[in-house]
Design a binder for this molecule. Structure first.
Ligand code: GNR
Ligand code: NI
Length: 169
């Protein structure tokens, strides 16, 4: 297993819509294991394949450090089939280091997809798991949490982030 490099905003791969997985093979299993290791080492509560440079519809989510009794989830070709309610909460992203913002999202979601063996899976989620699932599925559409901020907040963010990035490099 290896810890992969996490792509950072404004890397263009983060804006691309990821392609559905057509074959669940050994190569995909290696990717999934590397994504899990990368997420844990970051540490983060979720990771989407485009964040490690692979434009495929695969996500991993592990909120067990913050919410008990939630097992590690691997989802291939995940889709939100139901969304209810609205809730605003603070959000960050490993691809946008150093920033958090309050983002409004659905309170509860039902997500379906395939597990790493290709078996159909349906998950009902609320709380942090619901938020993490929506955040990761956004990544597969090329959407970052900063794209969900108001235009004014986003412009402030963009300028500050790019200025700070220049200062670091
Ligand atoms: O580690 C993460 N924490 C987090 C906190 C609130 C809402 C979403 C997240 S996901 C983030 C990891 C990440 O960037 N996944 O794409
Ligand atoms: Ni993210």
């Amino acid at each position: 297993m290896s810890v992969l490099l996490i792509r950072k905003y404004p890397d263009p791969i983060l804006k691309k819509k990821a392609l559905p997985v057509e074959e669940i093979d050994g190569e995909l299993q290696v990717l999934i294991d590397d994504m899990i290791e990368t997420m844990h080492s970051a540490p983060g509560i979720g990771l989407a394949a485009p964040q490690v440079g692979v434009s495929k519809r695969v996500i991993v989510v592990d909120v067990s450090s913050r919410e008990e009794s939630q097992p590690l989830l691997v989802l291939i070709n995940p889709e939100i089939v139901r969304a209810e309610g609205k809730v605003a909460s603070e959000e960050g992203c490993l691809s946008v280091p150093g920033y958090v913002s309050t983002i409004e999202r659905a309170e509860r979601v039902v997500v379906k997809g395939l597990d790493r063996e290709g078996r159909p899976l349906e998950i009902e989620a609320s709380g942090l798991l619901s938020r993490a699932l929506q955040h990761e599925i956004d990544h597969l559409e090329g959407v970052l949490f900063v794209d969900r901020m108001s235009p004014i907040k986003r412009e402030f963010f963009r300028k500050r982030y790019l200025r700070r990035q220049k200062a670091v490099v």
